[in-house]
Structure formats: structure tokens, C-alpha cells
Design a protein around this ligand. Structure first.
Ligand code: BTN
Length: 259
């Protein structure tokens, strides 16, 4: 698999810092360990299967063998954490571009969606150097369902999940495109922020929807009206009150289901 991916990445700056595992608990967990040990920006971890794939808010991410892409990359942007609030949005845009289907949307803040179903997700984790107050490392993890047939998803997610319906032999090519898109995203992360966020808004299927906002046990209904430049979701409640919610504090559901 690794050789196949590298074949499509000749001269690419991240080509020789890719590690591939047949099976691992979580590529994000492994990448974080490597980042703590000093691994360079552009170190890419890919797995054929994850036994403990993780999603946002402590959820799991189903990661069976021969079905999907499970990839994490280490970044060292050297900025303050508040300058990196749009990283998950930027990664979503990069992943959607690599997938190459105009219909690929993003459910705020970190779900890739196709036809009202979840196609994949993004998990961003970072560490701040407490003495300098700058980001020491960020790990961006991406999971994409590539080959599952509808009945192959675990029962608990079958109603809301989908895949790209690909043949496994084409997956290395998509992984290479994803690495290219991520490296380009990294290059434009600060200089191209306005354009990245404009692209996020165009892909974001949450804007304009009636949503349920879950804060712990508390559920509130609102309409999503926009996404600010830091990736916060702007919502309006039925009494006209407006608020910007951030991804760390809430989970969003459609009023009548996943979207
Ligand atoms: C979510 O659905 O909330 C995000 C899912 C992110 C899954 C990817 S798969 C590669 C990387 N390793 C993990 O354990 N998680 C991310």
C-alpha cells in the first residue's frame, strides 16, 4: 500500500515521511505520540484498519479493514492557538476537494457528508507550549468511508452513514490526492484564510438549517445562519436571540435527524 501511495507522490515534500500500518488503535493517537517525540511537520500516519478510531466529543469512528481511509498528519504551524481556530474547517475543505465530487458537503464543524449521510469525519488535536503560548504541534485526523456497501456499516450508524462506493484498488490514488490537498491547505492556512472560509461556507450544509444544539443534557432549537472566520456557528433562536457556538462546547443535529 505504501509504495502504491508513494508512486503517485513523486517529488512531494511529504512523500518520505509517510508511515503505514496494517492495523493500529488510532492514527491520531500514534501521531500525537510521534509529535511529542519531535516528529517533523508533514509526518503522515496511515492505517488499513483502526481498532480504536476516535471522533469528536469522545465518540468512536468505525474503521474496518479494506473499507476506508484513516490518516493523520502532524503540523507545526508555530502560531498562537487562537489563530488556528479554522484548522478543522480548512481540513474539511481540503478533504472535500480531494474527494473530487462537487456534491461533497460539510456538516458543521467536522463531518464530511454526501446525500444527507455521513461520509467521514475530521478530528483535530493540538498541544500548546505553555512557556511560549504557541502551538507546539497539531494533529489533523481524517476518516473517509470508501468502499462499504450500505449493509456493511454497523447497525447503529447504518441509517446515517454512506461511503464513496469505491473499489479498494483505487484507494491509494485518493490517499495521495488527500495528502496533496492537505499540504496545499497547510501552505495557504494563514495567507488564504478568507478564501478557505468562503469555500467552507459554500460546502457547509448546516447553514440555513433548523438544528438542535446539544450542550451536555441540554437541547435547544435554533436556525444556523452562518459560520464566522474562526469556524464558529452563528445561530438564531426563535425569540430572535443570536449566538455563536464553538465546536468544543456543542454537538449539532438536524431537527429531524442527522442532517
Ligand atoms: C468524527 O467523526 O467526529 C471524526 C472522525 C475522525 C476519524 C479519523 S480516522 C483517522 C484519525 N484517527 C482517529 O482515531 N480519528 C481520526
Amino acid at each position: 500500500m505504501l509504495a502504491e501511495i508513494q508512486k503517485y507522490l513523486s517529488m512531494h515534500p511529504w512523500r518520505d515521511t509517510i508511515e503505514y500500518f496494517e492495523c493500529i488503535d488510532s492514527t491520531n493517537t500514534y501521531a500525537k505520540k510521534m509529535a511529542m517525540q519531535g516528529a517533523a511537520e508533514g509526518t503522515v500516519i496511515i492505517a488499513g484498519q483502526q481498532t480504536g478510531g476516535r471522533g469528536r466529543l469522545g465518540r468512536s469512528f468505525s474503521s474496518p479493514a479494506g473499507m476506508g481511509i484513516y490518516l493523520s498528519v502532524i503540523l507545526r504551524p508555530g502560531c498562537r492557538p487562537e489563530e488556528l481556530m479554522h484548522l478543522t474547517c480548512a481540513t474539511g475543505v481540503a478533504a472535500a476537494k480531494a474527494i473530487g465530487r462537487p456534491a461533497t458537503g460539510i456538516k458543521w464543524t467536522n463531518d464530511l457528508v454526501l446525500g444527507k449521510r455521513k461520509l467521514g469525519g475530521i478530528l483535530t488535536e493540538l498541544s500548546v507550549d505553555p512557556t511560549k503560548g504557541i502551538v507546539d504541534w497539531a494533529v489533523v485526523g481524517i476518516g473517509i468511508n470508501c468502499c462499504q456497501k450500505p449493509w456493511q456499516f454497523p447497525e447503529e450508524i447504518r441509517d446515517m452513514a454512506c461511503s464513496l462506493g469505491m473499489d479498494w484498488q483505487d484507494v491509494p490514488w485518493l490517499i495521495a490526492d488527500l495528502i496533496i490537498a492537505l499540504q496545499q491547505m497547510r501552505q495557504e492556512l494563514f495567507t488564504g484564510k478568507a478564501e478557505i472560509m468562503a469555500q467552507f461556507r459554500r460546502r457547509c450544509v448546516t447553514i440555513g438549517s433548523e438544528i438542535s444544539i446539544l450542550r451536555g443534557e441540554n437541547v435547544m432549537h435554533a436556525r444556523a445562519i452562518g459560520v464566522d472566520d474562526a469556524g464558529g456557528l452563528q445561530v438564531v433562536y426563535s425569540d430572535g436571540k443570536q449566538e455563536t457556538v464553538t465546536s468544543g462546547e456543542v454537538s449539532i443535529r438536524g431537527m429531524y435527524g442527522y442532517l
